[in-house]
Write a protein that binds this ligand. Structure first.
Ligand code: GLU
Length: 508
């Protein structure tokens, strides 16, 4: 068999903000496409106009763009297989449903909602599965039970109808899933799903199969929640005569709560402080949901951490650039079982990316938090503060609050150090030491460090007893970045002023 070009699609419905599970689906599709020199499509599945949420499509585009998941063919990008939005393809679906009816693979059903409910109640009362299927359909009002004249009359009268697939009563449906191996369902487990709704519009199932076929999709990589629909989809390919070009399936595991008990929902996320959306989302009712971007995550860190939620490489490597992921990724190494979300690990990833961020990237990450005092000392000064403090935090936006004393005199002083380690003797030593620095213009870190050693030796005290009080006098803090680097940056003049202020704070 000649190799089929890889064409995969991410097919979200614009019904709200994209869950990170969806983002991971998009990422795996993207990686798979790139690895095989194939195409990554974005198809907007908006057949269900009732669930349409304004802004959701833009949100999807913005999320993918933020993460660098470039779309090859889509609504914005165009392409030879368009349109890429189902609401613009509505005239393509109905004829397939009618074709299936004429071939006795689907049927018209005229039942009212009440009649369907009554049927379901009857079945439930007898402890049977409440579904419209090969057995129950024979007691319902459809083109299998009505005479052809009655059907014709109803259609001519414009009576409401839907088209349902006609599944066999008891037949094995087998298909191969790249992640899960052979999957077997029996048609008796399924129901005769609606393909075409009363308004003449297709359901998800029909539109999805028609589009995957017409867009020549080679692999369907999607969430596990679609596994129960897969046998119906296989039957649709078979009925429509498209089985030989049916895409290969890969159903991805769920992203679970940290305790492994169930899917990570928005509510769990709120409780545990884990964003479940890539970007902040403002719902029409005013409810705000937090996003990775606004929480200070870097896009490459999110890509990396999402890649590892359900997939693992053959070695223990944890940090991957996108290009490395493209090389290393394989669907065969995606696990069948759910992937537990670990917030500490997520922060660890962000920290790693923060550590290797360039100055420009760091500046971009904190640009919204900048106040005049942060820029007053110049960009180079600011960048040095960011570089010095980034190892202390998981998120870039925690850096400036942590390092406020770099930009102005300390406003808070650690009481523990003040009460236990700050006294007039220590204060005098520090004053003398700083005086020496000024007198000799010893202003770089090495000079400052050397002199603290010689000052301590000459005074017969331990250098260690001066270190924390020195830091405290300058920054107000008990801990922080390497002290002499910090001092070099703050500069002798400001150090002298700070020490003067601190000397007034004797615990005498
Ligand atoms: N529109 C479906 C969704 O919202 C697509 C499922 C599929 O990939 O087949 O996830």
């Amino acid at each position: 068999m000649s190799e089929r070009p890889v064409r995969v699609r991410f097919a979200p419905s614009p019904t709200g903000p994209l869950h990170i599970g969806g983002v991971r689906t998009a990422l795996y599709n993207y990686l798979f496409a790139k690895q095989h020199g194939g195409k990554f499509l974005l198809r907007i599945e908006d057949t269900d106009q009732k669930r349409f949420v304004p802004g959701a499509e833009e949100y999807i585009n913005e999320s993918l763009a933020w993460l660098g998941l470039t779309v090859d063919e889509g609504v914005k990008e165009g392409g030879e297989y368009g349109p890429y939005k189902q609401s613009e393809r509505m005239d393509m679906y109905a004829s397939y449903a009618h074709q299936l009816v004429s071939e006795d693979k689907a049927y018209y059903a005229f039942d009212t909602p009440d009649e369907i409910n009554a049927m379901k109640e009857r079945l439930m009362a007898n402890n049977m599965a409440a579904k419209y299927d090969a057995i129950s359909r024979m007691s319902m009002k459809n083109s299998l039970t009505l005479s052809s004249d009655e059907v014709k009359e109803k259609l001519q009268n414009g009576d409401d109808y839907v088209v349902r697939i006609k599944l066999p009563r008891n037949e094995e449906i087998r298909f191969h899933d790249i992640i899960r191996g052979w999957i077997v369902f029996n048609s008796s487990q399924l129901d005769d799903k609606v393909l075409l709704k009363g308004d003449g519009l297709p359901t998800y199932h029909l539109a999805n199969i028609v589009d995957d076929h017409k867009m020549d999709i080679s692999h369907v990589i999607r969430g596990e929640e679609w596994l129960p629909s897969a046998p119906l989809h296989v039957m649709l390919y078979r009925y429509l005569g498209w089985e030989d070009t049916m895409p290969q399936f890969a159903h991805l595991p769920l992203i679970l709560r940290p305790d492994g008990k169930g899917k990570l929902s928005k509510r769990d996320g709120d409780k545990l402080g884990i964003p479940v959306f890539p970007l902040e989302w403002h719902a029409a009712d005013g409810e705000k949901s937090s996003g990775y971007r606004e929480s200070g995550f870097m896009p490459n860190a999110v890509v990396n951490l999402l890649a590892m939620l359900g997939w693992h490489p053959s070695d223990n490597k944890e940090l991957f650039t996108v290009d490395e992921l493209v090389q290393a990724f394989s669907l065969e190494r995606v696990s069948k079982s759910g992937a537990k979300f670990d917030i500490d690990k997520a922060k660890w990833y962000n920290h790693q990316y923060l550590m290797s961020a360039t100055s420009d990237e760091l500046l971009a990450l904190i640009k919204d938090d900048l106040e005049p005092m942060h820029t007053a000392l110049g960009q180079e000064y600011l960048v040095r503060v960011l570089d010095m403090l980034k190892e202390k935090v998981s998120f870039a936006n925690d850096i400036l609050p942590l390092g406020e004393y770099f930009f102005r005199l300390p406003t808070k002083y650690d009481e523990g150090v003040q009460n236990k380690k700050w006294n007039s003797e220590v204060a005098n030593h520090i004053h003398n030491y700083v005086d020496d620095l000024i007198a000799n213009n010893w202003k770089n870190a090495a000079e400052m460090e050397n002199h603290l050693q010689s000052y301590a030796d000459n005074s017969g005290i331990n250098k260690g007893t001066l270190m924390q009080p020195l830091r405290w006098a300058i920054s107000g803090q008990a801990g922080g970045p390497p002290i002499f680097e910090m001092m070099e940056l703050i500069g002798l003049d400001s150090i002298a002023e700070r020490v003067k202020i601190a000397r007034l704070k004797h615990a005498l």
